[in-house]
Write a protein that binds this ligand. Structure first.
Ligand code: NAD
Length: 428
């Protein structure tokens, strides 16, 4: 059975094995830190009861996992999905610790979730459930404690309800000096959200692309052919920023299939057409229609999975012809595929680095909320770039000094940063 938390512990053990030689003078403390990182600091659970529209009462299982806060407050999304489980939130909170550490933003990892299919709830029921979850979180979160955000099936509107309820609860307790806006990120712009958040994940990925292409030795951007699976928020913004910077985007796809245009396509034109006609395949315009599987097997320089998890697996990894993969979706490559790609010497930039532009701009949102002073989109972009570039450079240095692949180098960079903070604090 797939147990996400067990997988995250197994991954940590692998990383620790490779890192331990860096801590040979501090072996015992290193081992203690790694042991502590195997389990979250806190896992809270409850059953949230709400009154449904038909007058009946219904209970929903809910969780919040706080993995590690050595580098700063816990940070991570809230997921509404029928597959949410304790093991899943524990694993996802662990991965958030690594993701925040990779970019160097001052947070640890958290994640929460409710077992629910939100599509089966009315808007009133959804609001009640979100407010109930916020009440449950009240004494567990705060701008310097734990900062939740949207995740699968949660939106800016849901964050707005949670902020409001959190503030109600604080008022009841007389805690009016707290900062409710700084306690949640992913809020709508009209309620303390940040400029630039919508495009941040795709844009951050393109900042990583630029550094990767330099390392791969390409002379001209237009010679770099890119195929992108997924044309939603992440896929579109990645395609647009790559196109604007002169790269050749030869393929994009959505759930209905893909298009291939050898000389390259214009993502804005595809988006306008998709909005009119409903799918990217209705927008071929000089190219050809291809399946979603074909997109992954195109003869391109860079492949960008930006839709679903586990799309590159043991049965198709060998057919990947791209020289490098930038994982913009979460978990698009299975562990078996990872080994095949590593043997084929395909350079892989893993999700926790490639798509960390999103959480980085969430950090900017929090920073703006704490200051009460808001930045323009240009300021956000200018501040994002050095963080993404520095994260890439640290990963690359780790890759070269330890002779490991991109995924391992990224995890080693992250775990090292967290362990170093824990060792500085001491207290083992
Ligand atoms: P989205 O819902 O906006 O877009 C998803 C896209 O994938 C859509 O274009 C959809 O048509 C396409 N798709 C669905 N099934 C497909 C299939 N079988 N083949 C090809 N395409 C298919 O979602 P998003 O926000 O762009 O997120 C995409 C991925 O990136 C997810 O894994 C998400 O967890 C991850 N991610 C997103 C963010 C963010 O800021 N939005 C941040 C980090 C990670």
């Amino acid at each position: 059975m797939n147990d996400p938390h067990k997988n995250s512990v197994a991954q940590l053990k692998k990383v620790a094995d490779l890192l331990k030689k860096d801590y040979k003078d501090n072996k015992k403390v290193f081992e203690k830190a790694i042991n502590k990182l195997k389990e979250p600091d806190n896992v809270y659970e409850t059953k949230l009861e709400i009154k449904m529209d038909d007058g009946s009462k219904k209970k929903f299982q809910a969780y919040r996992s706080q993995h590690n806060n050595a580098r700063g407050p816990y940070k991570g999304g809230i997921r509404y999905h029928e597959n949410v489980s304790e093991s899943e939130v524990k694993a996802l909170s662990t991965w958030m610790t690594w993701k925040c550490a990779v970019t160097g933003i001052p947070y640890g990892g958290g994640k929460g979730g409710i077992i629910v299919n939100p599509k089966k709830l009315s808007t009133t029921e959804l609001e009640k459930l979100s407010r109930a979850y916020s009440v449950f979180l009240t004494d567990k979160i705060g701008p310097w404690v734990d900062v939740p955000a949207p995740d699968v099936n949660t939106t800016g509107q849901i964050m707005a309800w949670m902020v409001d309820e959190y503030q109600n609860q604080l008022s009841k307790k007389g805690l009016i000096q707290e900062n409710p806006l700084g306690t949640f990120t992913g809020k709508p712009l009209a309620l303390g959200g940040s400029e630039g958040r919508e495009e941040a994940t795709g844009l951050g990925g393109v900042m990583v692309l630029e550094k990767l292409v330099e390392k791969m030795g390409y002379k001209k951007k237009k010679d770099v052919k890119i195929a992108i699976q997924g044309f939603g928020n992440v896929g579109y913004w990645f395609a647009k920023h790559a196109f604007d910077r002169g790269y050749t985007v030869v393929s994009v796809s959505d759930s209905k299939g893909g298009v291939y245009v050898e000389k390259g396509l214009n993502p804005d034109k595809v988006l306008t057409c998709k909005r009119e006609k409903g799918s990217v395949q209705s927008c071929i315009n000089g190219g050809s229609a291809i399946s979603n599987e074909d997109v992954l097997e195109l003869d391109v320089d860079i492949l960008v999975p930006a839709a679903l998890e586990n799309v590159i697996h043991k049965d198709n990894a060998d057919k990947v012809k791209a020289k490098a993969i930038i994982e913009m979706a979460n978990g698009p490559v299975t562990p078996e595929a990872d080994e095949i790609l590593s043997e084929k010497k395909v350079t892989l930039i893993p999700d926790i680095l490639a798509n960390s532009g999103g959480v980085t701009v969430s950090y900017f949102e929090w920073a703006q909320n704490l200051q009460g002073y808001y930045w323009s989109r240009e300021e956000v972009v200018t501040k994002l770039q050095p963080l993404m570039e520095d994260a890439f450079a640290r990963m690359w240095q780790m890759k070269e000094t330890h002779i490991v692949d991109g995924r391992m180098a990224t995890y080693m960079t992250a775990v090292k940063r967290v362990v170093d903070a824990m060792i500085l604090r001491g207290g083992f």
